[in-house]
Design a protein around this ligand. Structure first.
Ligand SMILES: *Cc1c(COP(=O)(O)O)cnc(C)c1O
Length: 501
C-alpha cells in the first residue's frame, strides 16, 4: 500500500514514511493510493473478534510495510490491558432511545476520542523512525483545540527518541483541558499557550513545520519534525477501525440482521478527521447510508456541504464545544482530493484560494457527490444545552457538549428525512471534561465552584462516576505557564529544544 500527496500525485511513499514525515514536502497531505476492501464475509469474521484483533485486521491493510509482529506490538501497547476501561473493547456502543447508538470513544486516559489514535501513534512512529529517520530525534509539534494536546502528551511522554511541544489557544480550551495540559508529566514534554484562537495556533505551527530555515536548524542538531495532528495519516488510520468495530458490535447484538443492513454515521466535526475516517470506512465496504456532519455555531462545514462554498471570512465564535471551534478544517483537503478523483491541480487551486482570499467554491461535479454522501447540520449553544438536558432526562444518558451537537443534528436529520436506519453517533468526550457547561445545561448553578467541585457536583447529581484521571489532576503541580504569540513561537520551540540560532 502506497501513499501519495493531495498536492502532487507523483509522490509515492510507504506508510512508515507517511507517518514519520507527517506532511508531504510541498505542503500536501498523504492519502492512500487505493483502499483495502472488507467483504461482507469478512464483516462476519470481525463480529467475533475483540477490539485489538479488529484493529489488526483493518490496519493491516493500510500499514502494509509494518511486519505482523510490529503491528501486533503497536496495537497491544495502545489498546492492551489497562489502557482503556474495557480490555476487550476500547470503543463500546450504547443504545440510547431507539436505534441511536452512541459510540463511546473516550474511555482512554485523557477522556476524549483523541486517545483512540494518539495511544497508537507513538508506537507506529517509533517503528517508522527506525527505518526512516536515520537516527535523528523526532520532534512532535502540536496545535490543539483542547483534546489533541493532552492525548498527544500522554501518548508521547518519555517515549525514547522523541520530544513533544503543544500549543493551545490561551482562552480557547475548557478549564479541565487546560489543567490536564499544564500539569503534564514527562521529561520530553513542553506546553505553551498562544495568544489567539485555534486557527492561529494551527497556522503558526504549520508555518514552523514547513519553514526551510527551521528545518535546517533542526537537521544541524540531528532532529526532525513530525506531527501528531490529524494531518498525520497515523492519526486517521486508527480511527477507521472503530467504525467497523461499531458495525461488528451491532451485528453481534443482533441490532442488525445481516451485513446488507445500512447505518448512518453522525460525527461532531471540527478538523474533519473523525468523519473522514468514516468516509474511508464507507469506501472500504462498510454499509453506510449517510455521513452526517454536525457542527456547532462555527458552522463553516454545514455551509460548505450545503452550498459548495467554503468561506472562512466570518467571525470565529468561542462555544461550549471548544474542540470544534475551528474555521480551517485541515482534513477537508483529503476529502476534496478523493471527490475530484485525485486531480491535485484542482485541490491546489482551492487551497491557494483559501490561503489568499479565505474562500473557495467547488464545481458542480464535486458538489453533487458531496451532497450524495453527506448530510450537514449545526446546533446552536442553546440547542446544545437543551439536548444535554433531554438526553439525561429522557434516557439517563449523560453526554458532553460535543456529543450533544451530534445527537441534536442526528435528530434533526431524522425529522427532516424520515430516515429510520440505525445511527452510530460518535461520542467524543467524557462529560466531566466540560463539567461547568454540562452542569448548567442540567439546570444547576456553578458560580463560585472550583473545577473539582464542579466535577464532584456533576457526579453527585447524575450518579455517574467521574473518570479517575480527571479527579487526580487536583493533586498535580502546574509545570507550564508560558504564553507566546505567533511571532515568538519559533523562539519558544528553539528554547525548548536547546537550539541556539
Ligand atoms: C477533536 C474533537 C472533535 C472534532 O474532531 P475532528 O476530527 O477534528 O473533526 C469533536 N469532539 C471532541 C470532544 C474533540 O476532542
Amino acid at each position: 500500500m502506497k501513499y501519495t500527496s493531495t498536492r502532487d500525485t507523483q509522490t509515492r511513499v510507504s506508510s512508515k514514511q507517511a507517518i514519520s514525515q507527517g506532511i508531504s514536502v510541498e505542503g500536501g497531505l498523504f492519502v492512500p493510493t487505493e483502499l483495502p476492501y472488507i467483504s461482507q464475509l469478512e464483516m462476519i469474521t470481525l463480529r467475533d473478534l475483540n477490539y485489538l484483533q479488529r484493529a489488526e485486521y483493518i490496519l493491516g491493510g493500510f500499514l502494509s510495510d509494518y511486519s505482523e509482529n510490529e503491528l501486533r506490538d503497536c496495537i497491544q501497547g495502545a489498546y492492551g490491558s489497562g489502557r482503556f476501561d474495557d480490555d476487550d473493547n476500547a470503543a463500546p456502543l450504547k443504545e440510547v432511545g431507539h436505534k441511536d447508538y452512541f459510540l463511546e470513544l473516550w474511555h482512554g486516559s485523557t477522556c476524549a476520542f483523541k486517545d483512540m489514535a494518539l495511544q497508537l501513534l507513538p508506537y507506529l512512529l517509533t517503528y517508522a523512525a527506525k527505518s526512516c529517520s536515520q537516527g535523528r530525534e523526532t520532534v512532535i509539534l502540536v496545535a490543539t483545540s483542547g483534546d489533541t494536546g493532552k492525548a498527544a502528551l500522554e501518548g508521547f511522554k518519555d517515549v525514547a527518541g522523541t520530544k513533544i511541544m503543544v500549543f493551545y489557544p490561551q482562552d480557547g480550551v475548557s478549564p479541565a483541558q487546560k489543567l490536564q495540559m499544564i500539569t503534564q508529566e514527562g521529561e520530553n514534554v513542553a506546553v505553551c499557550a498562544i495568544k489567539g484562537n485555534f486557527d492561529d495556533a494551527q497556522t503558526a505551527v504549520k508555518k514552523i513545520f514547513t519553514s526551510p530555515e527551521v528545518n535546517k536548524a533542526l537537521l544541524k542538531n540531528n532532529m526532525r519534525f513530525s506531527s501528531a495532528n490529524s494531518i498525520n495519516w497515523g492519526r486517521l488510520a486508527p480511527q477507521i477501525v472503530y467504525y467497523f468495530s461499531a458495525y461488528a458490535d451491532l451485528l453481534k447484538q443482533h441490532a442488525l440482521k445481516s451485513t446488507d443492513d445500512k447505518v448512518n454515521i453522525v460525527v461532531p466535526t471540527g478538523n474533519f478527521g473523525n468523519i473522514l475516517a468514516a468516509y474511508y470506512a464507507k469506501y472500504m465496504g462498510l454499509p453506510v447510508n449517510k455521513l452526517i456532519c454536525a457542527s456547532n455555531s462555527n458552522k463553516i462545514l454545514t455551509d460548505f456541504i450545503n452550498t459548495g462554498i467554503y468561506d472562512k471570512n466570518r467571525e470565529f465564535l468561542t462555544t461550549i464545544s471548544p474542540s470544534m471551534d475551528i474555521l480551517i478544517s485541515s482534513n477537508l483537503e483529503r476529502l476534496l482530493y478523493h471527490l475530484c478523483n485525485g486531480e491535485s491541480e484542482r485541490v491546489k487551486g482551492w487551497m491557494s484560494s483559501l490561503e489568499q482570499k479565505g474562500v473557495y467554491e467547488v464545481e458542480d461535479d464535486v458538489k453533487a457527490i458531496l451532497n450524495k454522501l453527506f448530510y450537514a447540520g449545526f446546533c446552536s449553544e442553546e440547542q446544545t444545552e437543551s439536548e444535554i438536558y433531554r438526553l439525561f432526562k429522557d434516557f439517563g444518558y449523560l453526554a458532553d457538549t460535543h456529543t450533544a451537537v451530534a445527537s441534536y443534528v442526528c435528530g434533526e436529520y431524522r425529522r427532516k428525512t424520515g430516515d429510520k436506519l440505525p445511527c452510530i453517533i460518535a461520542s467524543t468526550a467524557s462529560p466531566f471534561k466540560f463539567s461547568s457547561s454540562v452542569l448548567e445545561a442540567l439546570g444547576n448553578e456553578t458560580e463560585g465552584l472550583t473545577e473539582f467541585e464542579k466535577i464532584d457536583a456533576l457526579a453527585q447529581l447524575t450518579r455517574v462516576p467521574a473518570p479517575e484521571p480527571l479527579k487526580g489532576l487536583e493533586n498535580k503541580a502546574v509545570r507550564f505557564e508560558d504564553v507566546c504569540t505567533d511571532e515568538t513561537m519559533i523562539q519558544t520551540v528553539f528554547n525548548m529544544l536547546g537550539i541556539k540560532e
